[in-house]
Design a protein around this ligand. Structure first.
Ligand SMILES: [Fe+2]
Ligand SMILES: [Fe+2]
Length: 188
Protein backbone atom coordinates (compact mmCIF):
# COMPACT_ATOMS: atom_id res chain seq x y z
CA UNK A 1 0.00 0.00 0.00
CA UNK A 2 1.40 3.36 -1.05
CA UNK A 3 1.09 6.34 1.23
CA UNK A 4 0.51 9.80 -0.14
CA UNK A 5 3.12 12.18 1.13
CA UNK A 6 1.32 15.41 0.23
CA UNK A 7 -0.79 16.91 3.04
CA UNK A 8 -2.46 19.47 0.77
CA UNK A 9 -3.56 16.80 -1.70
CA UNK A 10 -4.79 14.50 1.08
CA UNK A 11 -6.86 17.35 2.49
CA UNK A 12 -8.21 18.22 -0.95
CA UNK A 13 -9.34 14.62 -1.50
CA UNK A 14 -11.01 14.39 1.92
CA UNK A 15 -12.74 17.70 1.40
CA UNK A 16 -13.90 16.83 -2.11
CA UNK A 17 -15.30 13.49 -0.92
CA UNK A 18 -17.47 15.21 1.68
CA UNK A 19 -18.32 18.23 -0.45
CA UNK A 20 -19.75 15.92 -3.13
CA UNK A 21 -22.25 14.73 -0.51
CA UNK A 22 -23.19 18.34 0.27
CA UNK A 23 -23.72 18.94 -3.45
CA UNK A 24 -25.93 15.84 -3.76
CA UNK A 25 -28.06 16.92 -0.80
CA UNK A 26 -28.32 20.43 -2.20
CA UNK A 27 -29.54 19.08 -5.55
CA UNK A 28 -32.17 16.95 -3.82
CA UNK A 29 -33.69 20.08 -2.34
CA UNK A 30 -33.13 22.01 -5.52
CA UNK A 31 -34.92 19.39 -7.67
CA UNK A 32 -37.81 19.25 -5.22
CA UNK A 33 -38.24 23.03 -5.29
CA UNK A 34 -38.55 23.49 -9.06
CA UNK A 35 -41.85 22.68 -10.73
CA UNK A 36 -40.66 22.41 -14.33
CA UNK A 37 -40.26 18.69 -15.13
CA UNK A 38 -37.26 19.14 -17.47
CA UNK A 39 -35.38 21.16 -14.88
CA UNK A 40 -36.35 18.68 -12.19
CA UNK A 41 -34.90 15.71 -14.05
CA UNK A 42 -31.80 17.64 -15.17
CA UNK A 43 -31.04 18.51 -11.55
CA UNK A 44 -31.74 14.92 -10.50
CA UNK A 45 -29.05 13.89 -13.01
CA UNK A 46 -26.62 16.38 -11.43
CA UNK A 47 -27.30 14.76 -8.07
CA UNK A 48 -26.40 11.35 -9.53
CA UNK A 49 -23.22 12.80 -11.08
CA UNK A 50 -22.16 14.04 -7.65
CA UNK A 51 -22.81 10.69 -5.93
CA UNK A 52 -20.72 9.08 -8.65
CA UNK A 53 -17.89 11.60 -8.09
CA UNK A 54 -17.99 10.80 -4.39
CA UNK A 55 -17.53 7.11 -5.18
CA UNK A 56 -14.62 7.83 -7.51
CA UNK A 57 -12.87 10.11 -5.01
CA UNK A 58 -13.26 7.40 -2.37
CA UNK A 59 -11.59 4.86 -4.67
CA UNK A 60 -8.58 7.15 -5.02
CA UNK A 61 -8.47 7.64 -1.25
CA UNK A 62 -8.63 3.88 -0.68
CA UNK A 63 -5.61 3.37 -2.94
CA UNK A 64 -3.57 5.36 -0.42
CA UNK A 65 -5.35 4.36 2.77
CA UNK A 66 -6.60 7.91 3.30
CA UNK A 67 -9.39 7.90 5.91
CA UNK A 68 -12.68 9.73 5.44
CA UNK A 69 -12.62 12.89 7.54
CA UNK A 70 -15.27 12.78 10.25
CA UNK A 71 -15.13 16.55 10.57
CA UNK A 72 -15.66 17.21 6.84
CA UNK A 73 -18.43 14.59 6.73
CA UNK A 74 -20.21 16.38 9.56
CA UNK A 75 -19.59 19.89 8.26
CA UNK A 76 -20.69 19.20 4.69
CA UNK A 77 -23.69 17.18 5.84
CA UNK A 78 -24.96 20.29 7.61
CA UNK A 79 -24.07 22.60 4.72
CA UNK A 80 -25.81 20.32 2.21
CA UNK A 81 -28.98 20.08 4.27
CA UNK A 82 -29.10 23.85 4.82
CA UNK A 83 -28.74 24.59 1.11
CA UNK A 84 -31.28 21.88 0.34
CA UNK A 85 -33.85 23.38 2.71
CA UNK A 86 -33.20 26.94 1.62
CA UNK A 87 -34.11 26.10 -1.99
CA UNK A 88 -37.77 26.05 -0.93
CA UNK A 89 -37.76 29.54 0.52
CA UNK A 90 -35.46 31.80 -1.49
CA UNK A 91 -37.10 31.67 -4.91
CA UNK A 92 -35.65 30.11 -8.04
CA UNK A 93 -32.88 32.52 -9.06
CA UNK A 94 -30.55 32.26 -6.07
CA UNK A 95 -30.26 28.44 -5.97
CA UNK A 96 -29.42 28.46 -9.68
CA UNK A 97 -26.93 31.28 -9.25
CA UNK A 98 -25.11 29.89 -6.24
CA UNK A 99 -25.10 26.32 -7.56
CA UNK A 100 -23.42 27.59 -10.73
CA UNK A 101 -20.96 29.65 -8.76
CA UNK A 102 -20.08 26.69 -6.53
CA UNK A 103 -19.62 24.37 -9.51
CA UNK A 104 -17.38 26.98 -11.10
CA UNK A 105 -15.02 26.74 -8.14
CA UNK A 106 -15.16 22.93 -8.01
CA UNK A 107 -13.81 22.56 -11.55
CA UNK A 108 -10.27 23.47 -10.60
CA UNK A 109 -10.22 21.28 -7.50
CA UNK A 110 -9.96 18.24 -9.77
CA UNK A 111 -7.39 19.79 -12.09
CA UNK A 112 -5.33 20.84 -9.05
CA UNK A 113 -5.45 17.28 -7.71
CA UNK A 114 -4.14 16.08 -11.02
CA UNK A 115 -1.28 18.62 -10.87
CA UNK A 116 -0.42 17.54 -7.32
CA UNK A 117 -0.43 13.87 -8.31
CA UNK A 118 1.75 14.66 -11.32
CA UNK A 119 4.18 16.56 -9.08
CA UNK A 120 4.61 13.26 -7.20
CA UNK A 121 5.17 11.38 -10.45
CA UNK A 122 1.72 9.73 -10.33
CA UNK A 123 -0.35 9.86 -13.53
CA UNK A 124 -2.74 6.98 -12.84
CA UNK A 125 -5.63 9.34 -12.06
CA UNK A 126 -5.18 11.85 -14.88
CA UNK A 127 -8.17 10.64 -16.87
CA UNK A 128 -10.62 10.23 -14.00
CA UNK A 129 -9.72 13.66 -12.57
CA UNK A 130 -9.97 15.28 -16.00
CA UNK A 131 -13.42 13.72 -16.47
CA UNK A 132 -14.64 14.89 -13.08
CA UNK A 133 -13.34 18.44 -13.64
CA UNK A 134 -15.05 18.56 -17.03
CA UNK A 135 -18.30 17.27 -15.57
CA UNK A 136 -18.25 20.10 -13.01
CA UNK A 137 -17.71 22.53 -15.89
CA UNK A 138 -20.82 21.11 -17.60
CA UNK A 139 -22.73 21.63 -14.36
CA UNK A 140 -21.53 25.24 -14.17
CA UNK A 141 -22.67 25.90 -17.75
CA UNK A 142 -26.03 24.24 -17.17
CA UNK A 143 -26.82 26.76 -14.43
CA UNK A 144 -25.32 29.71 -16.27
CA UNK A 145 -27.48 28.95 -19.33
CA UNK A 146 -30.61 29.02 -17.18
CA UNK A 147 -29.90 32.46 -15.70
CA UNK A 148 -27.79 34.28 -18.27
CA UNK A 149 -30.65 36.41 -19.56
CA UNK A 150 -32.00 37.16 -16.09
CA UNK A 151 -32.03 40.85 -15.23
CA UNK A 152 -30.53 40.21 -11.78
CA UNK A 153 -27.43 38.46 -13.10
CA UNK A 154 -25.29 41.58 -13.75
CA UNK A 155 -25.79 42.72 -10.14
CA UNK A 156 -24.97 39.32 -8.69
CA UNK A 157 -21.95 39.06 -10.96
CA UNK A 158 -20.68 42.38 -9.69
CA UNK A 159 -20.93 41.38 -6.03
CA UNK A 160 -20.23 37.65 -6.15
CA UNK A 161 -17.69 37.59 -9.00
CA UNK A 162 -19.33 34.89 -11.10
CA UNK A 163 -21.60 35.06 -14.14
CA UNK A 164 -21.53 35.43 -17.92
CA UNK A 165 -18.15 37.15 -17.96
CA UNK A 166 -16.45 35.84 -14.85
CA UNK A 167 -15.60 32.29 -13.89
CA UNK A 168 -13.40 30.59 -11.32
CA UNK A 169 -11.68 28.51 -13.96
CA UNK A 170 -10.17 29.01 -17.40
CA UNK A 171 -11.98 26.25 -19.24
CA UNK A 172 -14.10 26.91 -22.30
CA UNK A 173 -16.28 23.93 -23.21
CA UNK A 174 -16.65 25.22 -26.78
CA UNK A 175 -12.88 25.18 -27.21
CA UNK A 176 -12.20 22.21 -25.03
CA UNK A 177 -8.62 21.03 -24.96
CA UNK A 178 -8.16 17.32 -25.32
CA UNK A 179 -6.93 15.44 -22.31
CA UNK A 180 -3.28 15.43 -23.52
CA UNK A 181 -3.09 19.23 -23.85
CA UNK A 182 -4.96 20.15 -20.73
CA UNK A 183 -2.06 20.61 -18.27
CA UNK A 184 -2.44 24.39 -18.28
CA UNK A 185 -6.01 24.26 -16.97
CA UNK A 186 -6.29 25.95 -13.60
CA UNK A 187 -2.64 26.91 -13.45
CA UNK A 188 -2.22 30.19 -11.64
FE1 LIG B 1 -18.97 16.71 -8.33
FE1 LIG C 1 -21.03 19.32 -9.86
Amino acid sequence: MMTLNHPELVDLLQKAYSAEKAASFAYQGHAASVSDQDKKSAIRQLELDEWFHRKEVLQIMNDFNIPVSGWYEFKFHIIGKIISGSCHVIGWFMPFYFAGRLESGNVCEYFRMRQFFNSLGIDTYDQVLYDMGMKEKEHEIYFLDKIKTNKFLPYYEKYFSWGSNESFNNIDLDKKYPFDNSEHYCKK
